[in-house]
Design a protein around this ligand. Structure first.
Ligand code: PMP
Length: 339
């Protein structure tokens, strides 16, 4: 089979059995390998749907500009799809995000604007900066400029309603008891959750939330409350985005980094899976959910992006020590060989 272009290569990712997580719980725990998308993350799907929707609405014409505020992965997806379809990208990113993601964005030709990481309530927050910039460019760019606005643009959730969710249903032949993942924009959790519950309302949908995020408290008490912090990137949320609004979430687990990181390290050491931090929160969440449900259940989660995207942080003993986080012995040995 010939794939005509890179946008057409997005999606249809494998569902991989996670051996240790399954053994530990007596469940079948499966990971949707989103790092196998062309931009190496789950966000390629949202990027493609957002661009397609803007083209369909006539907001974007060849040569037009796509502006977005992103922790990086959505920007990488947007930049690659934009290159394939003849658009330009301007990406606003908090400076705290990994250098690997920033250099990939520059490599893909995105114009990168780094801004200090400040809360959403601050007018200088990266999302708000990108919105204002898009408004200015829309008035001056001859071929149009759009704000991708992944947090509140429902084309994001639609990508998961139309692709990720149905793929999981078909790959498991409908034999799935629960789905769990973290929330950045909420597109993945709300979209996959809706698609699965439409096919079988008994499928449980659960949230794996990092420390510092307010969504676990919102799910369990109805109040947005956050405490603590996490080194994971691209997840955690302090408000109910449009993509999250109306999502049916049956349970929530808050996962500290100290619990997620050993999962990431074990997956690389024993299963050959090199994953980013949000995948660690997701798999650790799936293990918690498996223990809660009991043996014999099938649980699906998301392997959001590839670990090399965070080599300077997650897989850097010095960085981990500086945050008082665990460093596996094998990582000390490997990084000693490859300075
Ligand atoms: N993991 C990573 C690494 C991400 O970049 C994102 C998106 N920001 C997510 C998970 C969360 O996905 P969503 O935006 O669909 O909630």
């Amino acid at each position: 089979m010939i794939t005509p272009d890179i946008p057409a290569a997005i999606g249809n990712t494998p569902l991989i059995k996670l051996r240790r997580a399954s053994e530990l719980t007596g469940c079948t725990i499966l990971g949707k390998a989103e790092f196998m998308n062309p931009g190496q993350s789950v966000k390629d799907r949202a990027a493609l749907f957002i661009i397609r929707d803007a083209v369909k609405r006539g907001a974007l014409r060849p040569g037009g500009v796509i502006v977005e505020g992103t922790a990086g992965n959505t920007g990488i997806g947007l930049a690659l799809v934009a290159n394939a379809m003849g658009f330009r990208t301007v990406i606003v990113i908090p400076e705290t995000q990994s250098e690997e993601k920033k250099s990939m964005l520059r490599l893909a030709g995105a114009e990168l604007i780094e801004v200090p990481a400040v809360p959403y309530a601050n007018p200088n927050n990266y999302v708000k900066v990108s919105g204002r910039l898009a408004e200015r460019l829309a008035a001056t760019e001859p071929n149009g400029a759009i704000w991708a606005n992944q947090f509140d643009n429902l084309a994001n959730r639609q990508a998961h309603i139309e692709t990720t969710g149905p793929e999981i249903w078909e790959q498991t032949s409908g034999k799935i008891d629960a789905f769990i993942c973290a929330v950045g924009t909420g597109g993945t959790l709300a979209g996959v959750g809706a698609a699965l519950k439409k096919r079988n309302p008994r499928i449980a949908v659960a949230l794996a939330d990092p420390m510092g995020s307010a969504i676990a408290s919102w799910v369990t008490t109805g109040e947005l409350k956050a405490a603590g912090s996490s080194i994971t990137e691209g997840i955690g949320q302090g408000r109910v985005t449009k993509n999250l609004e109306g999502a049916v979430i049956d349970a929530a687990f808050q996962i500290p980094d100290e619990e997620a990181l050993p999962v990431i390290f074990d997956l690389l050491e024993h299963e050959g899976l090199c994953l980013g931090g949000s995948s660690g929160i997701n798999v650790a969440g799936a293990i918690q959910l498996g223990k809660h449900l009991g043996p014999g259940h099938t649980i699906v989660t998301v392997l959001c992006d590839y670990g090399t995207r965070y080599q300077s942080k997650l897989f850097n003993p010095e960085f981990l020590r500086s945050r008082n986080l665990p460093v596996p012995a094998w990582l000390e040995r490997r990084s000693a060989i490859d300075p």
